[in-house]
Design a protein around this ligand. Structure first.
Ligand SMILES: C[S@@+](CC[C@H](N)C(=O)[O-])C[C@H]1O[C@@H](n2cnc3c(N)ncnc32)[C@H](O)[C@@H]1O
Length: 372
Protein backbone atom coordinates (compact mmCIF):
# COMPACT_ATOMS: atom_id res chain seq x y z
CA UNK A 1 0.00 0.00 0.00
CA UNK A 2 1.52 3.37 -0.96
CA UNK A 3 1.92 5.97 1.82
CA UNK A 4 -0.28 8.96 0.88
CA UNK A 5 0.24 12.36 2.54
CA UNK A 6 -1.58 15.66 2.32
CA UNK A 7 -0.01 18.73 0.71
CA UNK A 8 -2.96 21.00 1.53
CA UNK A 9 -3.96 20.89 -2.15
CA UNK A 10 -4.07 17.16 -2.78
CA UNK A 11 -2.84 13.77 -1.61
CA UNK A 12 0.45 12.49 -2.99
CA UNK A 13 2.50 9.34 -2.52
CA UNK A 14 5.53 9.47 -0.20
CA UNK A 15 8.39 7.08 -0.96
CA UNK A 16 11.44 6.68 1.23
CA UNK A 17 12.57 3.03 0.80
CA UNK A 18 12.57 2.50 4.55
CA UNK A 19 10.23 1.40 7.31
CA UNK A 20 10.12 5.00 8.63
CA UNK A 21 6.68 6.51 9.13
CA UNK A 22 5.85 9.08 6.43
CA UNK A 23 5.42 12.76 7.48
CA UNK A 24 1.91 13.91 8.39
CA UNK A 25 1.91 16.65 5.77
CA UNK A 26 4.08 18.42 3.20
CA UNK A 27 4.48 22.10 2.30
CA UNK A 28 5.91 23.32 -1.03
CA UNK A 29 8.60 26.05 -0.74
CA UNK A 30 11.05 27.55 -3.25
CA UNK A 31 13.28 29.05 -0.50
CA UNK A 32 13.95 28.03 3.09
CA UNK A 33 16.96 27.66 5.33
CA UNK A 34 18.01 24.59 7.32
CA UNK A 35 16.41 25.88 10.56
CA UNK A 36 13.05 26.34 8.87
CA UNK A 37 13.10 22.85 7.33
CA UNK A 38 14.18 21.32 10.67
CA UNK A 39 11.46 23.22 12.55
CA UNK A 40 8.82 21.89 10.14
CA UNK A 41 10.39 18.41 10.45
CA UNK A 42 9.90 18.47 14.23
CA UNK A 43 6.20 19.12 13.52
CA UNK A 44 6.24 16.00 11.22
CA UNK A 45 5.90 18.17 8.12
CA UNK A 46 8.11 17.66 5.09
CA UNK A 47 9.34 20.58 3.00
CA UNK A 48 9.03 19.92 -0.74
CA UNK A 49 11.61 22.01 -2.55
CA UNK A 50 10.41 23.84 -5.67
CA UNK A 51 13.44 26.14 -6.17
CA UNK A 52 16.97 25.68 -7.48
CA UNK A 53 18.30 22.10 -7.08
CA UNK A 54 21.77 23.17 -5.95
CA UNK A 55 20.31 25.44 -3.29
CA UNK A 56 18.34 22.45 -2.00
CA UNK A 57 21.59 20.46 -1.76
CA UNK A 58 23.17 23.29 0.26
CA UNK A 59 20.22 23.36 2.66
CA UNK A 60 20.52 19.59 3.08
CA UNK A 61 24.26 19.92 3.80
CA UNK A 62 23.50 22.57 6.46
CA UNK A 63 20.84 20.28 7.98
CA UNK A 64 23.39 17.44 8.17
CA UNK A 65 25.84 19.65 10.06
CA UNK A 66 23.18 20.45 12.65
CA UNK A 67 21.74 16.95 12.94
CA UNK A 68 24.85 14.76 12.75
CA UNK A 69 26.71 15.52 15.97
CA UNK A 70 29.75 13.21 16.25
CA UNK A 71 28.58 10.09 18.09
CA UNK A 72 30.33 9.14 21.29
CA UNK A 73 29.82 6.00 23.29
CA UNK A 74 28.38 6.30 26.74
CA UNK A 75 31.15 4.58 28.71
CA UNK A 76 28.60 3.37 31.27
CA UNK A 77 26.34 1.73 28.68
CA UNK A 78 27.06 -1.91 27.84
CA UNK A 79 28.28 -2.65 24.31
CA UNK A 80 25.01 -4.11 23.09
CA UNK A 81 23.09 -1.04 24.30
CA UNK A 82 25.67 1.20 22.58
CA UNK A 83 25.03 -0.65 19.29
CA UNK A 84 21.24 -0.31 19.54
CA UNK A 85 21.51 3.38 20.60
CA UNK A 86 23.81 4.01 17.62
CA UNK A 87 21.28 2.47 15.21
CA UNK A 88 18.42 4.38 16.83
CA UNK A 89 20.38 7.67 16.56
CA UNK A 90 21.12 6.93 12.89
CA UNK A 91 17.42 6.20 12.23
CA UNK A 92 16.33 9.44 13.96
CA UNK A 93 18.88 11.49 12.01
CA UNK A 94 17.83 9.89 8.75
CA UNK A 95 14.13 10.53 9.52
CA UNK A 96 14.82 14.25 10.10
CA UNK A 97 17.05 14.60 7.03
CA UNK A 98 14.37 12.89 4.92
CA UNK A 99 12.04 15.81 5.63
CA UNK A 100 13.54 17.82 2.79
CA UNK A 101 11.94 16.29 -0.31
CA UNK A 102 11.43 16.84 -4.02
CA UNK A 103 8.48 15.95 -6.23
CA UNK A 104 9.24 13.37 -8.90
CA UNK A 105 6.97 13.85 -11.91
CA UNK A 106 5.69 11.21 -14.35
CA UNK A 107 8.45 9.28 -16.15
CA UNK A 108 10.87 9.96 -13.25
CA UNK A 109 11.21 13.64 -14.18
CA UNK A 110 12.58 16.30 -11.83
CA UNK A 111 11.46 19.74 -12.95
CA UNK A 112 13.69 21.99 -10.83
CA UNK A 113 16.17 24.62 -12.06
CA UNK A 114 19.67 23.07 -12.44
CA UNK A 115 18.36 19.57 -11.58
CA UNK A 116 20.22 16.63 -13.15
CA UNK A 117 18.46 13.94 -15.19
CA UNK A 118 17.43 11.44 -12.50
CA UNK A 119 15.42 9.05 -14.68
CA UNK A 120 18.23 6.46 -14.98
CA UNK A 121 18.96 6.46 -11.24
CA UNK A 122 15.26 6.07 -10.36
CA UNK A 123 14.72 3.35 -12.98
CA UNK A 124 17.56 1.45 -11.26
CA UNK A 125 15.65 1.59 -7.98
CA UNK A 126 12.02 1.27 -9.05
CA UNK A 127 12.09 -0.41 -12.47
CA UNK A 128 9.13 0.74 -14.55
CA UNK A 129 8.59 4.51 -14.70
CA UNK A 130 5.78 6.10 -12.67
CA UNK A 131 2.61 7.56 -14.16
CA UNK A 132 1.68 9.42 -10.96
CA UNK A 133 3.97 11.94 -9.22
CA UNK A 134 5.45 11.08 -5.83
CA UNK A 135 7.55 12.77 -3.13
CA UNK A 136 11.05 11.53 -2.44
CA UNK A 137 13.52 12.73 0.24
CA UNK A 138 16.38 14.64 -1.42
CA UNK A 139 18.89 12.71 0.71
CA UNK A 140 17.54 9.42 -0.69
CA UNK A 141 17.59 10.79 -4.25
CA UNK A 142 21.27 11.75 -3.86
CA UNK A 143 21.96 8.24 -2.52
CA UNK A 144 20.20 6.71 -5.55
CA UNK A 145 22.24 8.92 -7.92
CA UNK A 146 25.49 7.84 -6.19
CA UNK A 147 24.46 4.16 -6.33
CA UNK A 148 23.58 4.51 -10.03
CA UNK A 149 27.03 5.94 -10.78
CA UNK A 150 28.65 2.98 -8.97
CA UNK A 151 26.36 0.59 -10.85
CA UNK A 152 27.51 2.00 -14.19
CA UNK A 153 31.19 2.22 -13.19
CA UNK A 154 31.43 -1.11 -11.36
CA UNK A 155 33.72 -2.21 -8.53
CA UNK A 156 37.01 -3.57 -9.76
CA UNK A 157 37.92 -6.71 -7.81
CA UNK A 158 41.57 -7.81 -8.12
CA UNK A 159 40.72 -11.44 -7.23
CA UNK A 160 38.28 -11.55 -10.18
CA UNK A 161 40.48 -9.42 -12.46
CA UNK A 162 37.19 -7.79 -13.47
CA UNK A 163 34.51 -5.40 -12.29
CA UNK A 164 31.19 -6.30 -10.69
CA UNK A 165 28.25 -3.96 -11.34
CA UNK A 166 25.83 -3.68 -8.43
CA UNK A 167 22.53 -1.78 -8.51
CA UNK A 168 20.88 -0.09 -5.54
CA UNK A 169 19.23 -2.70 -3.32
CA UNK A 170 21.81 -5.47 -3.85
CA UNK A 171 24.71 -6.22 -1.48
CA UNK A 172 27.90 -4.62 -2.75
CA UNK A 173 31.27 -6.38 -2.31
CA UNK A 174 32.97 -3.01 -1.73
CA UNK A 175 34.69 -4.46 1.33
CA UNK A 176 36.21 -7.32 -0.63
CA UNK A 177 38.49 -8.89 2.00
CA UNK A 178 36.19 -11.93 2.31
CA UNK A 179 36.61 -12.60 -1.43
CA UNK A 180 40.38 -12.91 -0.96
CA UNK A 181 39.68 -15.65 1.62
CA UNK A 182 37.60 -17.56 -0.95
CA UNK A 183 40.32 -17.12 -3.58
CA UNK A 184 42.93 -18.50 -1.13
CA UNK A 185 40.94 -21.44 0.30
CA UNK A 186 41.87 -24.88 -1.10
CA UNK A 187 39.05 -26.27 -3.25
CA UNK A 188 37.92 -29.81 -2.34
CA UNK A 189 39.72 -32.46 -4.43
CA UNK A 190 37.91 -33.42 -7.66
CA UNK A 191 35.30 -30.69 -7.21
CA UNK A 192 32.66 -30.64 -9.96
CA UNK A 193 29.74 -28.75 -8.46
CA UNK A 194 29.15 -25.83 -6.08
CA UNK A 195 26.21 -23.92 -4.60
CA UNK A 196 26.48 -20.19 -3.84
CA UNK A 197 23.69 -19.51 -1.32
CA UNK A 198 22.50 -15.87 -1.18
CA UNK A 199 24.49 -14.87 -4.26
CA UNK A 200 23.68 -11.11 -4.25
CA UNK A 201 25.63 -9.65 -7.19
CA UNK A 202 26.85 -13.15 -8.15
CA UNK A 203 30.38 -12.30 -7.09
CA UNK A 204 31.15 -15.55 -5.22
CA UNK A 205 29.72 -17.68 -8.04
CA UNK A 206 31.90 -15.73 -10.49
CA UNK A 207 34.98 -16.30 -8.36
CA UNK A 208 34.28 -20.06 -8.10
CA UNK A 209 33.75 -20.19 -11.86
CA UNK A 210 37.05 -18.38 -12.40
CA UNK A 211 38.74 -20.91 -10.07
CA UNK A 212 37.55 -23.65 -12.44
CA UNK A 213 34.47 -25.14 -10.73
CA UNK A 214 32.62 -26.71 -13.66
CA UNK A 215 29.00 -26.29 -12.53
CA UNK A 216 27.61 -23.79 -10.03
CA UNK A 217 24.06 -23.05 -8.88
CA UNK A 218 23.61 -19.61 -7.30
CA UNK A 219 20.44 -18.78 -5.34
CA UNK A 220 18.88 -15.71 -3.78
CA UNK A 221 15.41 -14.70 -2.58
CA UNK A 222 15.74 -11.07 -3.73
CA UNK A 223 14.61 -10.60 -7.37
CA UNK A 224 16.94 -7.60 -7.79
CA UNK A 225 19.90 -9.71 -6.67
CA UNK A 226 18.94 -12.50 -9.10
CA UNK A 227 18.80 -10.03 -12.02
CA UNK A 228 22.10 -8.46 -10.98
CA UNK A 229 23.82 -11.85 -10.60
CA UNK A 230 22.60 -12.99 -14.04
CA UNK A 231 23.81 -9.76 -15.66
CA UNK A 232 27.24 -9.93 -14.01
CA UNK A 233 27.77 -13.63 -14.78
CA UNK A 234 26.74 -13.15 -18.43
CA UNK A 235 29.03 -10.13 -18.79
CA UNK A 236 31.97 -12.05 -17.29
CA UNK A 237 31.39 -15.01 -19.61
CA UNK A 238 30.22 -17.44 -16.89
CA UNK A 239 26.58 -17.60 -18.00
CA UNK A 240 26.83 -21.22 -19.16
CA UNK A 241 28.78 -22.37 -16.07
CA UNK A 242 26.46 -20.81 -13.46
CA UNK A 243 22.72 -21.29 -13.11
CA UNK A 244 21.06 -18.49 -11.11
CA UNK A 245 17.75 -19.41 -9.51
CA UNK A 246 15.26 -18.08 -6.99
CA UNK A 247 15.23 -20.17 -3.81
CA UNK A 248 14.84 -19.88 -0.10
CA UNK A 249 18.44 -20.88 0.68
CA UNK A 250 19.17 -24.20 -1.14
CA UNK A 251 18.36 -25.36 -4.65
CA UNK A 252 17.43 -29.01 -5.21
CA UNK A 253 20.18 -31.60 -5.12
CA UNK A 254 23.68 -31.79 -3.70
CA UNK A 255 27.05 -30.15 -4.37
CA UNK A 256 30.72 -30.81 -3.58
CA UNK A 257 31.07 -27.29 -2.16
CA UNK A 258 28.43 -25.02 -0.62
CA UNK A 259 29.42 -21.40 0.05
CA UNK A 260 27.42 -18.79 1.94
CA UNK A 261 28.15 -15.24 3.07
CA UNK A 262 25.06 -14.42 5.15
CA UNK A 263 24.42 -11.01 6.71
CA UNK A 264 26.84 -10.65 9.62
CA UNK A 265 24.77 -8.95 12.31
CA UNK A 266 21.69 -10.41 14.05
CA UNK A 267 19.41 -7.35 14.12
CA UNK A 268 16.22 -6.13 12.50
CA UNK A 269 16.62 -4.45 9.09
CA UNK A 270 14.90 -1.05 8.72
CA UNK A 271 14.86 -1.03 4.92
CA UNK A 272 15.01 -3.49 2.02
CA UNK A 273 18.70 -2.63 1.51
CA UNK A 274 19.50 -3.60 5.10
CA UNK A 275 18.19 -7.15 4.64
CA UNK A 276 21.61 -8.02 3.19
CA UNK A 277 23.35 -6.60 6.30
CA UNK A 278 21.12 -7.70 9.18
CA UNK A 279 19.87 -11.23 9.85
CA UNK A 280 17.11 -11.09 12.49
CA UNK A 281 17.60 -13.82 15.14
CA UNK A 282 20.40 -15.32 12.96
CA UNK A 283 17.63 -16.87 10.84
CA UNK A 284 19.60 -17.18 7.58
CA UNK A 285 22.74 -18.34 9.37
CA UNK A 286 20.89 -21.05 11.31
CA UNK A 287 18.77 -22.08 8.28
CA UNK A 288 21.88 -22.36 6.14
CA UNK A 289 23.88 -24.40 8.66
CA UNK A 290 21.03 -26.73 9.56
CA UNK A 291 20.29 -27.55 5.91
CA UNK A 292 23.87 -27.70 4.58
CA UNK A 293 24.86 -31.30 5.46
CA UNK A 294 21.94 -32.85 3.56
CA UNK A 295 22.92 -30.90 0.41
CA UNK A 296 26.58 -32.02 0.49
CA UNK A 297 27.93 -34.85 -1.63
CA UNK A 298 29.98 -37.38 0.41
CA UNK A 299 33.29 -35.73 1.35
CA UNK A 300 32.00 -32.28 0.29
CA UNK A 301 32.73 -29.00 2.10
CA UNK A 302 30.73 -26.08 3.42
CA UNK A 303 32.37 -22.64 3.43
CA UNK A 304 30.75 -20.14 5.75
CA UNK A 305 31.95 -16.51 5.59
CA UNK A 306 31.32 -14.69 8.86
CA UNK A 307 32.77 -11.77 10.79
CA UNK A 308 33.00 -11.76 14.57
CA UNK A 309 31.71 -8.16 14.82
CA UNK A 310 28.47 -9.51 16.35
CA UNK A 311 30.51 -11.20 19.12
CA UNK A 312 32.43 -7.94 19.80
CA UNK A 313 29.10 -6.09 20.00
CA UNK A 314 27.75 -8.79 22.37
CA UNK A 315 24.97 -9.60 19.89
CA UNK A 316 26.13 -13.25 19.78
CA UNK A 317 27.72 -15.28 22.55
CA UNK A 318 31.35 -16.36 21.89
CA UNK A 319 30.50 -20.09 21.56
CA UNK A 320 27.37 -19.56 19.44
CA UNK A 321 28.85 -20.48 16.04
CA UNK A 322 30.61 -23.60 17.34
CA UNK A 323 27.33 -24.73 18.91
CA UNK A 324 25.45 -24.14 15.62
CA UNK A 325 28.07 -26.20 13.73
CA UNK A 326 27.70 -29.09 16.21
CA UNK A 327 23.89 -28.96 16.15
CA UNK A 328 23.97 -29.00 12.33
CA UNK A 329 26.22 -32.09 12.31
CA UNK A 330 29.16 -30.14 10.87
CA UNK A 331 32.76 -30.17 12.01
CA UNK A 332 35.55 -27.71 11.30
CA UNK A 333 38.34 -28.78 8.95
CA UNK A 334 40.03 -25.40 8.71
CA UNK A 335 39.67 -21.66 9.06
CA UNK A 336 41.12 -18.69 7.15
CA UNK A 337 41.06 -15.24 8.77
CA UNK A 338 41.48 -11.67 7.61
CA UNK A 339 41.34 -8.25 9.23
CA UNK A 340 39.29 -5.32 7.90
CA UNK A 341 41.02 -2.74 5.75
CA UNK A 342 38.06 -0.35 5.46
CA UNK A 343 38.40 3.16 6.87
CA UNK A 344 35.39 2.80 9.23
CA UNK A 345 37.31 0.31 11.35
CA UNK A 346 39.73 3.03 12.29
CA UNK A 347 37.47 6.11 12.39
CA UNK A 348 37.75 7.40 15.99
CA UNK A 349 34.46 9.36 15.77
CA UNK A 350 32.52 6.15 14.97
CA UNK A 351 31.00 5.05 18.30
CA UNK A 352 31.38 1.41 17.23
CA UNK A 353 35.04 1.80 16.17
CA UNK A 354 36.19 -0.03 19.33
CA UNK A 355 34.38 -3.17 18.05
CA UNK A 356 35.18 -2.68 14.37
CA UNK A 357 38.90 -2.33 15.09
CA UNK A 358 38.88 -5.81 16.70
CA UNK A 359 36.86 -7.44 13.89
CA UNK A 360 38.13 -10.59 12.17
CA UNK A 361 36.42 -12.02 9.09
CA UNK A 362 36.71 -15.78 8.76
CA UNK A 363 36.06 -18.46 6.18
CA UNK A 364 35.04 -21.58 8.11
CA UNK A 365 35.67 -24.85 6.25
CA UNK A 366 33.20 -27.46 7.49
CA UNK A 367 32.43 -31.09 6.69
CA UNK A 368 29.61 -33.39 7.68
CA UNK A 369 30.64 -34.95 10.99
CA UNK A 370 31.01 -38.73 11.02
CA UNK A 371 28.07 -40.33 12.79
CA UNK A 372 29.19 -42.15 15.98
C1 LIG B 1 25.51 -10.49 2.80
S1 LIG B 1 24.67 -10.71 1.28
C2 LIG B 1 25.94 -11.62 0.40
C3 LIG B 1 25.84 -11.47 -1.10
C4 LIG B 1 26.98 -12.15 -1.89
N1 LIG B 1 27.00 -13.58 -1.67
C5 LIG B 1 28.32 -11.58 -1.52
O1 LIG B 1 29.05 -12.23 -0.78
O2 LIG B 1 28.64 -10.47 -1.95
C6 LIG B 1 23.46 -11.96 1.67
C7 LIG B 1 22.56 -12.34 0.51
O3 LIG B 1 21.69 -13.38 0.95
C8 LIG B 1 20.42 -13.17 0.38
N2 LIG B 1 19.45 -13.91 1.23
C9 LIG B 1 18.96 -13.57 2.44
N3 LIG B 1 18.12 -14.52 2.88
C10 LIG B 1 18.07 -15.49 1.92
C11 LIG B 1 17.36 -16.73 1.78
N4 LIG B 1 16.56 -17.17 2.75
N5 LIG B 1 17.55 -17.45 0.66
C12 LIG B 1 18.36 -17.01 -0.33
N6 LIG B 1 19.06 -15.84 -0.25
C13 LIG B 1 18.91 -15.10 0.85
C14 LIG B 1 20.25 -11.67 0.37
O4 LIG B 1 19.26 -11.27 -0.57
C15 LIG B 1 21.66 -11.22 -0.01
O5 LIG B 1 21.80 -11.12 -1.40
Amino acid sequence: MPNMISTGRAEIEWRSESTQKPPRAAVYLSHANAEQVLKAAHAHTATVWTGDFHNAKQVLAAMKKRVRKPGSRNQHADIQTAFHSHRMRQAQQSRVLNMLAVEIGCGFSLELPRAPDVAGALADVYGAANDEPFLLPLNRLLGFIGAHEWHKKGIVLPCLEAAIHVPFGVFSPLRGEYLDLIAQAPLPADIQTAFDIGTGSGVIAALLAKCGVARIVATDNNPKALASARANLERLGYGAQVEVCAADLFPEGQADLIVCNPPWLPAKPTSAVETALYDPDNAMLKGFLSGAAQHLTPGGEVWLIMSDLAEHLHLRAPGFLAQCFAEAGLESVGQLDTRPKHAKAFAPDDPLAFARSRETTSLYRLKAALQP
